[in-house]
Design a protein around this ligand. Structure first.
Ligand code: HSE
Length: 308
C-alpha cells in the first residue's frame, strides 16, 4: 500500500511574527510513502522533480533524512519501528529559499505515514512530532492546515494554533534570488538576547498585524509588518534587502516587504492592485547588484496538506 500527500510551501514570520506567524502558498511538494512487501528491503528514499539534483546534495537519502526521522517518531508513537519503507519526495518548492521546503516534506511524510498506519495520530500529535523535527511551529502549522496561522509552541512540546481570515484580495509576491541560505546559518546570526524595547516593538506590531488582517485594514498593515527581532540581524545575509524594503515603502498597493522565513527570499504583501510594479522594483534592485531572481505573485493557499 502507498499513500501520496501534496503539501504546500509556506512563508514564516511575516516580519513581526518571528517563529509564530506563517502562511501557506499554492506551490507544492508531493511525498509518497510506501510500505514495501519484501522483508529486509530496508528504507529507500528518492528525491525527484525539477530541483532534484540540488536537493539530493542537500537532503540525505539515508535515515538522517528529516522525512524518515519524522515518520520514525510516528511509528514509535504507535509502538512500532519502520523497517521496509519507500519514500519518494517530488519537489516543487525551492530548497533553502525561505519557502518552508523542510516543513512541507515533514508534513507530507507524516500525513502519508499516518494514513498507512490507519490514522492512529490526531492533528495535535502530528503537529508535535513535526515540530520536534523542525524546531519551530511557524512553517509546520500552515503546511498542515493552510491559510495564515498564529502558532504557539508550549513547553510540553504541543502546538496551539489559530487560523486568521486572510483577506482574499491580499496577494503575496515571492521573490527568490539565485542563491541559497540555510536556516541554521540564518539563525546563527541572531543574538541570544534582545533589548526589551525591541521585544516590546514586535509585541505591539504583531498585535496590530492580527487586527489589520481581521479588519482588512491596509493602512494598519503598512505599519504592522515591521520587525526588530530578526530581520535587522539577517540583513547582511541578503544583499539588496534593505534597499528593496525602502523602495517598496513608497509603492502603491504594497502593504509590507519582509524576509520570507529565514530568507533569502523576500515576500511582499500587497492589496493585489500593483503587483507588476512591485515585481519590477525588486527585479531592478537585484539586477543592479547582479542578483538574478524569479518572482511570482500568489493568492494564499487556504487548504493545508492533503492526501491525493
Ligand atoms: N521562524 C524561522 C526562522 C523560520 O526565521 O528562523 C525558518 O524555518
Amino acid at each position: 500500500m502507498k499513500v501520496s500527500v501534496q503539501s504546500p510551501a509556506t512563508i514564516a514570520n511575516l516580519g513581526c511574527g518571528f517563529d509564530c506567524f506563517g502562511l501557506a502558498l499554492p506551490v507544492y511538494n508531493v511525498i509518497t510513502v510506501e510500505e514495501t512487501i519484501l522483508p529486509g528491503s530496508g528504507v529507500e528514499i528518492n528525491v525527484l522533480g525539477a530541483d532534484a539534483d540540488s536537493l539530493s546534495e542537500n537532503i540525505p537519502t539515508s535515515k538522517n533524512n528529516i522525512v524518515f526521522r519524522a515518520i520514525e517518531l510516528l511509528y514509535n508513537y504507535v509502538g512500532q519501528a519502520p523497517s521496509e519503507l519507500k519514500i519518494n519526495i517530488k519537489t516543487g518548492i525551492p530548497i533553502a529559499r525561505g519557502m518552508g521546503s523542510s516543513a512541507s516534506v515533514i508534513t507530507g511524510g507524516l500525513l502519508a505515514a499516518n494514513e498507512l498506519l490507519g490514522r492512529p495520530a490526531d492533528q495535535n500529535v502530528l503537529l508535535a512530532i513535526a515540530n520536534e523535527i523542525e524546531g519551530h511551529p511557524d512553517n509546520i502549522t500552515p503546511a498542515f492546515v493552510g491559510g495564515m496561522t498564529i502558532a504557539c509552541l508550549e513547553e510540553t512540546g504541543s502546538v496551539t494554533y489559530r487560523k486568521l481570515p486572510w483577506p482574499k484580495e491580499w496577494k503575496i509576491t515571492v521573490c527568490n534570488p539565485d542563491f541559497e541560505l540555510a536556516t541554521d546559518i540564518s539563525r546563527s546570526v541572531l543574538p541570544e538576547n534582545v533589548p526589551m524595547k525591541d521585544a516590546v516593538f514586535n509585541l505591539r506590531h504583531a498585535s496590530m498585524f492580527i487586527q489589520a488582517v481581521h479588519t482588512k485594514d491596509e493602512e494598519l498593515m503598512k505599519l504592522a509588518m515591521a520587525d526588530k527581532l530578526h530581520q535587522p540581524y539577517r540583513m547582511k545575509l541578503v544583499p539588496g534587502l534593505n534597499n528593496i524594503m525602502d523602495e517598496l515603502k513608497h509603492t502603491d498597493g504594497a502593504l509590507g516587504c519582509v524576509l520570507a522565513g529565514a530568507g533569502p527570499s523576500i515576500a511582499v504583501v500587497s492589496n493585489g492592485k500593483n503587483t507588476d510594479e512591485i515585481k519590477d522594483i525588486v527585479h531592478t534592485c537585484w539586477d543592479n547588484i547582479n542578483v538574478n531572481s524569479k518572482i511570482h505573485t500568489y493568492s494564499i493557499e487556504e487548504k493545508g496538506a492533503r492526501i491525493l
